[in-house]
Write a protein that binds this ligand. Structure first.
Ligand code: AP5
Ligand code: ZN
Length: 217
């Protein structure tokens, strides 16, 4: 199955993708994570992407598509994928259609996580992640059980993202509204859209997502 998670920064795409991954045996494929990894490794794509990401803009379709195509070809992608943060432009959506058609596959559903702008700023500004296993947390909404210790792996090194500063968050929201929001209509027009009210708590959002995933896997 191919499941797309659409939604503004902080909507909970990463959080929900990880939950679905465990439960449905799908592979989470986050272009944000792949790009951050390329930046950390200092690859050519990473060097080109860094300034754009720090400013809260969108990396070029060319770079993102190259990274995504490479990842889709890895052997662990068998039962299907959850695309977290991709596609983000109509160009990327069309390229994805072509990629899938060539593999006799298609987008089973695009799940639109709907939240209001103020909530997103709150969610992003409290966010941190375990450096060892990537589990995501939030100062208020999802704290670790023991202060500074990862519930999932026991790791003690927590990191915050460089682009989670308030100025950058505003630019990311703007990029979402201008370039990504039109994809909701793109998938709705072909009957492949599910909407989820992502203002609800993590567990409730996850229950609704699971119902959708059950239908398509
Ligand atoms: P990316 O990494 O994709 O970031 P994003 O879209 O801004 O999304 P986030 O990771 O910030 O949020 P999320 O929706 O995953 O929320 P999360 O689950 O963490 O992209 C980063 C950058 O890379 C982009 O700006 C761009 O430059 C570039 N990029 C990436 N993909 C690209 C592409 N395809 N094309 C071009 N450029 C690309 O949740 C947030 C917080 O809230 C967490 O702390 C969580 O614990 C908490 N939380 C989650 N759900 C709830 C809930 N229901 N209630 C309360 N708290 C919650
Ligand atoms: Zn961990």
């Amino acid at each position: 199955a191919v499941v797309i998670l659409l939604g503004p920064p902080g909507a909970g795409k990463g959080t929900q993708a990880r939950l679905l991954e465990k439960r449905f045996g799908l592979v989470q494929l986050s272009t944000g994570d792949l790009l951050r990894d390329a930046v950390a490794r200092g690859t050519e794509a990473g060097q080109a992407a860094k300034a754009v990401m720090d400013a809260g803009g969108l990396v070029s379709d060319e770079i993102v598509l190259a990274i995504l195509t490479d990842r889709l070809g890895q052997p662990d992608v068998t039962r299907g994928v959850i695309l977290d943060g991709f596609p983000r432009t109509t160009g990327q959506a069309r390229a994805l259609d072509d990629l899938l058609t060539a593999r006799a596959a298609r987008v089973d559903t695009a799940i639109s996580l709907e939240v209001d702008d103020a909530a997103m700023v709150d969610r992003i500004s409290g966010r941190f992640t375990c450096k060892d296993c990537g589990e995501g947390y939030h100062d208020r909404f999802k704290p670790t059980k023991a202060e500074g210790v990862c519930d999932a792996c026991g790791g003690t090194e927590m990191v915050r993202r460089a682009d989670d500063r308030p100025e950058t968050v505003a630019a990311r929201l703007e990029a979402y509204h201008a370039q990504t929001a039109p994809l909701v209509a793109y998938y709705e027009a072909r009957g492949a859209l599910d909407r989820v009210d992502a203002m609800q708590d993590i567990a409730e959002v996850s229950r609704q997502m699971a119902r959708i995933a059950e239908r398509v896997t």
